[in-house]
Each structure stands twice: as C-alpha cells, then as structure tokens.
Ligand binder design. Structure first.
Ligand SMILES: O=C(CO)[C@@H](O)[C@H](O)[C@H](O)[C@H](O)COP(=O)(O)O
Ligand SMILES: [Zn+2]
Length: 185
C-alpha cells in the first residue's frame, strides 16, 4: 500500500465516522461522564494495539487530557503482568480480562472492549462478565462488529476491514470521548 492510499483510506474512514457515528459517540461520551459523576470507574481492555489504546485512554482519565481537573477513576486491564500471566497460565488466555472484571467491576461502572474484529474470545468473555457485574458495556470494533456488536450495550463499529484504519478511528473516538468528559467536569 502506498503512502497516498493509506492516507486516502484513513480520511475516508474518518469521513464515514463523521457522517454516521457522531450521535453514538456523543451518547457514549455523556454516559461515561455521568458514570464518572456518580463515582463509577471506566475500564478498558484490548489485545495488541488495542491494549495500547486501553492504557492510553485510562491514562488520559487518571492523569490529564487537556483541562486541569481532578484525576478520574479508570483502569486498563492490560497492564499487570503478574495478573495476566497467573490468570493466563492457570485458567487460560481467554480468561485474562474476565477474571479481572469479576474481581474489580461494580454495578454502574463502564467497561470498554476494544477489538477490531469484535471476535477476540478474551474480550467476549469479559463483556459477559461485565454484564453480570452490572456494568455498562461498550464495544469499539470494526469488520462488521463481530460478536461484540451483538452482546455489548452499545457498540461503535468502524466501517472498515483494515485493522490499522480501525485502530486509528478507535483512538480518535477515544480522544473525543475524553473531550466530552473533560467539558463536563
Ligand atoms: O496493532 C495491531 C495491528 O495493527 C495488532 O497488534 C493487533 O492489535 C493484534 O493482532 C490483536 O490481537 C488483534 O485483535 P482484535 O483487534 O481482533 O481483537
Ligand atoms: Zn496497530
């Protein structure tokens, strides 16, 4: 793929997000803001590049995005190598997030599952656990949405089949949600 076509593809995907998904992003941002106002926690999880996105977004909330404000409760479930290796080793890789959800998530919390395919078993298991725990579940996906689209309370499906373009749209949307949260604090 040439630089020109990668950039063209990115712009097209972002254009579709703008034309089709603005309302959904706004709604999810305000639900996150309301949950934080009520002292709930926002959790993020994903594999590979989406693990990095999870950590990135939790850091924006606990630390600072743009505005000076108090730290906000947010946890990326991708960071504790002792938990990830113990649970992965003892129960299986498909349980690395669901076990943490069972241990940490309280009713009213918000759980983001970030998966470009929407079909990663460890994210799917964790979304089921989050629903059982009484959390609001949000999928960030692509490729038609996969299973996450069927099981999450809300799911943003990036209209692309390119993992890279989907991930780029996910972090853009994550940043916009941080902006919505910042505005109301
Ligand atoms: O960042 C990339 C590709 O851009 C990779 O690390 C990618 O995230 C990994 O292959 C993930 O395992 C893909 O999982 P998912 O998005 O389908 O849930
Ligand atoms: Zn990537």
């Amino acid at each position: 793929m040439s630089v020109h076509s990668a950039l063209t593809e990115h712009i097209e995907v972002v254009g579709l997000v703008k034309s089709d998904l603005m309302g959904e992003i706004e709604m999810i941002g305000s639900k996150c803001k309301n949950a934080l106002d009520d002292d709930h926690t926002i959790f993020f999880m994903g594999n590979g590049g989406s693990a990095a996105d999870s950590q990135h977004l939790a850091a924006e909330l606990v630390g600072r995005f743009v505005k000076e404000r108090k730290g906000l409760p947010s946890i990326a479930l991708t960071t504790d190598t002792s938990i990830l290796t113990a649970v992965g080793n003892d129960y299986g890789f498909e349980k690395i997030f669901s076990r943490q959800i069972e241990a940490l998530v309280k009713p009213g919390d918000v759980v983001f599952g970030i998966s470009t395919s929407g079909n990663s078993p460890n994210i799917i298991n964790a979304i089921y656990s989050a629903k059982e725990a009484g959390a609001l579940t949000i999928g960030l996906t692509g490729r038609g949405g996969g299973i996450l689209k069927e099981i999450c309370d809300h799911c943003i499906v990036i209209p692309s089949d390119s993992t890279a373009r989907i991930q780029e749209a996910h972090i853009l949307i994550g940043h916009i949600i941080c902006e919505i949260i910042d505005e109301g604090i």
